[in-house]
Design a protein around this ligand. Structure first.
Ligand SMILES: Cc1cc2nc3c(=O)[nH]c(=O)nc-3n(C[C@H](O)[C@H](O)[C@H](O)COP(=O)(O)O)c2cc1C
Length: 322
């Protein structure tokens, strides 16, 4: 596998989001907003016994996108695992399929995941984490990165976890500036991102509470991080990377509504090209619309109508009428 060149300074990464960043969504972003430098799959959980057929991994990344070399190069394939899982088997399969970038999820806060020793709970036991990362590193020749929170209950192990990831050959670390116990309740603590920058030998990606393109610059300047990852803010403004790269002017409500319509027109086309069920089409469209109307004039009322719609035509007719 050819090694990818390093991620350039100031890159913008569209974050992994479970239930959102599937193939149809990423195809929409790639087509409408190619200004995002990198994208991510949502996490694929390593099975606790046996292994997935290869085609399951391909479907997770996206059947069509798996055939496009430059897309593979700009997309992190994220896995979620624990010491009980059959990690090495899956890591070898990801490598064999030629995905050049794997990201390890060390931040997922959900109870189902953490009670099985996965996601952010790995930050509680650094010995286990070390052997897990070692195993993955030995079996994955491509770019290997990790995404962490600042700790589980508290941040006492934060510096050690950064050092550990450095020692074991992780090539870039995304820091979401919250502990697992904080969930999303408090503002992200960017000072931990700054701390990671000071002690890490490998690039740090800042993540947490980037809500507009001006925040991207603020994150780069205040923390000294190498690149920025955006999740919920990128659902609110899927075109944020475009706004950032073209200058900071934020749009009027009218302009935003036009962009929202444009987004959903393309997203619908992509979902329909996958022969998704009508129920699935409606469900996905509702999930993706969750943050997009924040701050738009009458946004709350529009969102309510969208969420109450019973069929895809209802949903898309409401958008058309705006
Ligand atoms: C709906 C949703 C799904 C998420 N799924 C994932 C995931 O699959 N993998 C992951 O590493 N983080 C996941 N996250 C966390 C985000 O990638 C990000 O770290 C977090 O939301 C903080 O960034 P933000 O303030 O820009 O939203 C998810 C977040 C949201 C809101």
């Amino acid at each position: 596998m050819q090694k990818l060149s390093p991620v350039p300074y100031g890159s913008l990464i569209f974050a992994p989001m479970e239930g959102i960043t599937d193939e149809a969504f990423r195809k929409t972003i790639l087509k409408l907003y190619p200004e995002w430098d990198y994208l991510a799959t949502d996490f694929l959980r390593v099975p606790s016994a046996g292994k997935y057929p290869l085609k399951h991994l391909v479907t997770h990344f996206g059947k069509e996108l798996s055939d496009v070399g430059w897309v593979k190069d700009k997309t992190m394939f994220q896995i979620l695992t624990s010491h009980r899982s059959f990690t090495v088997e899956m890591v070898k399969d990801v490598a064999q399929l030629g995905y050049p970038w794997m990201d390890i999820n060390l931040g997922c806060p959900s109870n189902t995941v953490t009670k099985n020793g996965g996601g952010s709970s790995l930050l509680l036991d650094l010995n286990t984490l070390r052997s897990l990362i070692k195993n993955i590193r030995e079996n994955f020749p491509g770019r290997l990165t990790a995404k962490i929170r600042t700790g589980f209950h508290d941040t006492s192990g934060f510096k050690d976890s950064i050092r550990l990831l450095n020692d074991e050959g992780i090539e870039m670390i995304t820091v979401h500036g919250r502990t697992r116990d904080m969930m999303y309740k408090v503002p992200a603590e960017w000072n931990y991102i700054e701390e990671a920058v000071k002690i890490s030998q490998v690039p740090i990606v800042g993540n947490g509470d980037i809500w507009c393109s001006a925040d991207v610059d603020r994150m780069l300047k205040e923390t000294g991080c190498h690149a920025v990852m955006v999740a919920r803010g990128a659902l609110k403004f899927p075109w944020m990377a475009q706004t950032y790269k073209r200058g900071f002017r934020e749009e009027t409500s009218h302009e935003r509504l036009q962009k929202i319509k444009e987004f959903f027109q393309e997203y619908r086309t992509q979902l329909e090209s996958e022969s998704i069920s009508l129920r699935g089409l409606l469900k996905q469209s509702k999930s993706v619309s969750r943050y997009m109307l924040d701050g738009v004039e009458n946004g709350e009322a529009i969102r309510r109508k969208l969420l109450l719609s019973q069929t895809p035509p209802d949903f898309f007719d409401i958008l058309k009428s705006l």
